[in-house]
Design a protein around this ligand. Structure first.
Ligand SMILES: NC(=O)c1ccc[n+]([C@@H]2O[C@H](COP(=O)([O-])OP(=O)(O)OC[C@H]3O[C@@H](n4cnc5c(N)ncnc54)[C@H](OP(=O)(O)O)[C@@H]3O)[C@@H](O)[C@H]2O)c1
Length: 459
């Protein structure tokens, strides 16, 4: 069975497990909610979130900028016998946020769940315009922040804040100790200033969907900050913070080009984030990077028809690499079987869960085959590779760019690159191969539907 079929099988199995989970009734002590539990949902996915929350028996307040559209959506759910209310909300308008908060306080007295789902993105496929950067940052970050700040005071004891978001940039977030609102605001201001001055391209920001990524990075950081700030609340008054990425979902934001329905995307939220008495905090970060146009390339790169046994010599690396001894806290203890097993599992996890599908497949498979037989120098070389940034590592491994010398002498890097190159040479005909040293072209224009309307995706 090929990797594509295996991935499909795993996904179907997971969906089956989720469906099964959903048929198991909650026992009374698990059911922390009732029809008295009020959930506020901002912003297409919002409809499905609202439907599923209401289906579980909560009272849901749907919001939308357009009252007529929002009322229609709420009425459609009410007709199913669900407890759903509607209030207008534009997260860009502080008065609108204030009115929502006041209305909630008067009508319901408080809330228990807030799902910050409203968001915009104006890029599709390989586009990377920052024309709408102001609006993207204002909606995705400041909108989320302002709504949270207005509604958190209305949170009743033991409530949950769900944050629906989608970017695998958590490595880039600052240390929790130093994380502050000022730091996040400074970061987005710097970005917007560079956009205005036209200097953002050299500012070291993410290369894809730049404005969307920066706004979601800020949202992630702000979510962590809230988790930290609210963590000291006494039992019974706790507010739980969850972060969740639904994957690439068929909604207006992705030009309906996502690979799962809103229902499947959201099913995972409700099957994986059940709060229980003993679960203090559940952070769910499901990072699904879907790069369909490269699927065939993945297959080629992961092919096992070329020899797997590229012999790797790690011995000289420890004397050659400058990086190796800079990280004294690797905790490499290979003589003890249990700590070796734990270390290998950790490295395997880091190589398979990078949030970059091509690397997850290629690196994950290579590491799976080699990590258990590595010596200490091998492990150090692998850790150095795993510490590299995804976009750089991918370009260097696939020959689109020359790696720096420190990387090219790394035996793990060379072995993975040799395997990729061997697979490419034996599976891709010369005329379809890109010129070495040149970036590959991505054929994503086919997903340009509904051009001009706000679109997004978890790229
Ligand atoms: N689709 C995906 O593949 C995907 C993947 C990962 C994460 N996400 C995240 O999931 C969230 C929802 O995405 P989606 O795919 O459902 O997008 P969508 O179909 O474009 O929906 C976005 C929603 O945000 C609301 N919105 C936009 N600006 C607003 C404003 N100023 N005030 C209030 N509401 C506003 C819109 O509501 P109204 O027009 O009704 O006001 C719209 O319903 C976003 O935060 C997105 O970043 C999506």
């Amino acid at each position: 069975m090929g990797s594509k079929e295996r991935a499909k099988e795993r996904r179907e199995k997971r969906l089956q497990e989720i469906s099964l989970l959903r048929t198991i009734p909650y026992s009374d002590h698990q059911r922390w909610w009732s029809s008295e539990t009020v959930a506020v949902v901002t912003g297409e996915l919002g409809f499905e979130i609202a439907r599923q929350l209401a289906d579980h028996g909560l009272t849901v307040i749907l919001t939308s900028r357009e009252s007529s559209a929002g009322l229609e959506a709420a009425n459609a759910l009410k007709e199913l016998g669900l407890s759903v209310d509607f209030h207008q909300l534009d997260v860009l308008d502080s008065l609108s946020i204030k009115k929502l908060a006041e209305w909630i306080e008067q009508t319901y007295g408080g809330i228990d769940v807030l799902v910050n789902n409203a968001g915009v993105n104006y890029n599709l496929g390989a586009d990377n315009s920052v024309e709408h950067a102001q609006n993207v940052v204002a909606t995705n970050y400041y909108g989320t922040k302002n709504v949270s700040q207005a509604l958190i005071p209305l949170m009743r004891p033991s409530a949950v804040v769900l944050r629906l978001e989608d970017k695998d940039l958590r490595e880039k977030l600052a240390n929790l100790e130093t994380l502050s609102e000022e730091l996040i605001d400074r970061m987005v201001s710097t970005f917007l200033q560079q956009v205005e001055e036209g200097t953002y391209t050299s500012g070291g920001w993410p290369q894809m969907f730049t404005d969307y990524s920066v706004s979601k990075l800020a949202v992630n950081a702000f979510t962590r900050l809230m988790a930290k700030m609210l963590s000291d609340r006494p039992d019974g008054q706790k507010i739980y913070i969850n972060c969740y990425c639904p994957g690439w979902v068929k909604t207006a934001m992705t030009g309906w080009a996502g690979n799962i329905s809103a229902e499947d995307g959201l099913n995972r939220v409700f099957s994986t984030s059940r709060p229980t008495n003993n679960r203090k905090k559940k952070n769910i970060n499901k990072m699904a990077s879907l790069r369909r146009a490269l699927v065939n390339v993945h297959r080629i790169l992961c092919s096992t028809t070329t020899p797997n046994h590229i012999s790797v010599s790690y011995a000289r690396y420890s004397t050659l690499s400058n990086n190796v001894n800079e990280n004294p806290s690797l905790g490499i203890e290979l003589s003890n079987e249990e700590s070796k097993r734990r270390l290998c599992n950790r490295l395997l996890y880091r190589s398979r869960q990078r949030g970059f599908l091509e690397l997850d497949l290629v690196l994950g498979k290579w590491v799976e085959e080699h990590v258990y037989s590595m010596d200490e120098n091998g492990v150090k070389a692998l850790v150095d590779v795993l510490d590299l940034e995804n976009p750089d590592l991918w370009k260097w491994l696939t020959g689109q760019e020359q790696p720096p010398e420190g990387v090219s002498i790394n035996p793990v890097f060379s072995a993975v690159r040799d395997k990729i190159m061997n697979n490419l040479s034996s599976h891709a005909s010369p005329e379809t191969r890109a010129i070495p040293g040149q970036p590959w072209v991505r054929g994503w224009d086919d997903i340009k539907k509904n051009a001009g309307s706000p679109v997004a995706g978890n790229q």
